[in-house]
Design a protein around this ligand. Structure first.
Ligand code: N2P
Length: 349
């Protein structure tokens, strides 16, 4: 009888454990490629018992296609500012319950009330940065301080462009002296012609995104348009010697990627737990050390100290930020002009 009792007890204990494990459930996370430390994910699972189902995207626009067609598929997504603006307009986001995200107090003050998301109602900043040129110091023929270098014969076949519509159209617009948020068809047309000519003249080696950092380390091109963190990643992996990063004088894009919860998420508590965990200073530091992007977490920045703050790629000087623009949602112009022009550029031979 005693034996039977203990068998029953064990069975009961196992059952309640299994039950507990199931109760913790899962969180479905959709983030950019190469944009989180695997260690941070493992720590989250260990500490919370919540299983992470993780997948990655390459551009905001790719992510939007997935999110719009499977709105109840994801619990935490990492869009950029202008996409957050769009998702709010479309009513696709759940307001953040800040009582479940106490670590949001570590976010820098300049992002308390960003203009893409009033009072940070729907998003908690994850990383931020700029767009610029990563270059090989040993093979350049003059200073790299203008977007003009991307359009000269001098670097024929030696330029990696970013396969991302806003970034690439944006830099062409900026080089021509226009806003990256223009809706003026004549500006968009001029930018298209510039990019078409660059491609037809054989200056572009490839349009790509996540592969660029490793290809630049391997010396496969002289210039590459990249996001600042990918530049810093390549520079540090290469040994802080041959590669450097510049934000051109005509100005560029400054961006913030936030963590959001889609309105039809099926695991909202777990989504909040995930966002809170990633906002914990030690975890924000682990992610920042691993991916080399700029952190909006002021306590994490303190933990990283001088090595972070003295690095202009991670902590850009104010004059660089001042010449940069945030993207805004310009979906109407997109549907009307940008998408067609972009396919024209991508398909040009
Ligand atoms: C890294 C993704 C960077 C995000 N692969 C740029 N907003």
């Amino acid at each position: 009888m005693k034996k039977l009792l203990s068998v029953v007890m064990v069975a009961f204990l196992v059952a309640s454990f299994v039950h507990l494990a199931v109760a913790e459930g899962e969180v479905v996370v959709y983030n950019w490629e190469d944009y989180i430390s695997p260690e941070a994910l493992t720590m989250f699972e260990k500490e919370t018992g919540i299983r992470v189902i993780y997948s990655a995207f390459t551009t905001n626009e790719d992510m939007m296609v997935q999110l719009r067609s499977n709105p109840d598929e994801f619990d935490v997504v990492f869009p950029s500012d202008y996409i957050i603006e769009r998702l709010i307009k479309e009513g696709l986001l759940e307001p953040i319950d800040y009582s479940k995200v106490p670590n949001a107090e570590h976010i820098v003050d300049w992002l308390d009330n960003p203009d893409y998301d009033q009072d940070s109602t729907y998003s908690v900043p994850y990383m931020w940065g700029t767009v610029g040129i990563l270059y090989d110091k040993e093979r350049i023929t003059g200073p790299i301080d203008s977007w003009s270098v991307l359009f000269t014969e001098e670097y024929k076949g030696e330029v990696f462009m970013l396969d991302s519509i806003r970034d690439t159209m944006g830099l062409a617009l900026k080089y021509l002296g226009y806003s990256m948020n223009t809706r003026d068809p004549s500006h968009i047309q001029e930018a298209t012609e510039l990019l078409l000519k660059q491609k037809r003249d054989g200056i572009v080696k490839a349009y790509q995104v996540d592969e660029t950092k490793d290809k630049m380390i391997a010396g496969e091109a002289i210039l590459a348009v990249v996001w600042s963190g990918d530049a810093q990643y390549a520079i540090s992996e290469e040994g802080n010697d041959r590669l450097a990063y510049a934000v051109p004088k005509e100005g560029s894009n400054v961006w913030v990627d936030g963590m959001v919860i889609p309105k039809s998420s099926r695991n909202k508590d777990n989504a909040h737990a995930f966002i809170n965990f990633m906002s914990r200073p030690d975890i924000a530091k682990i992610n920042c050390d691993y991916i080399q992007y700029s952190s909006p977490n002021k306590t994490a920045v303190e933990l990283m100290g001088e090595e972070y703050t003295s690095n202009p790629n991670l902590n850009p000087p104010q004059e660089v930020i001042d010449r940069c623009e945030f993207f805004h949602d310009i979906e109407d112009a997109f549907l009307a002009f940008y998408n067609n022009r972009w396919s024209e550029i991508k398909n040009a031979k």
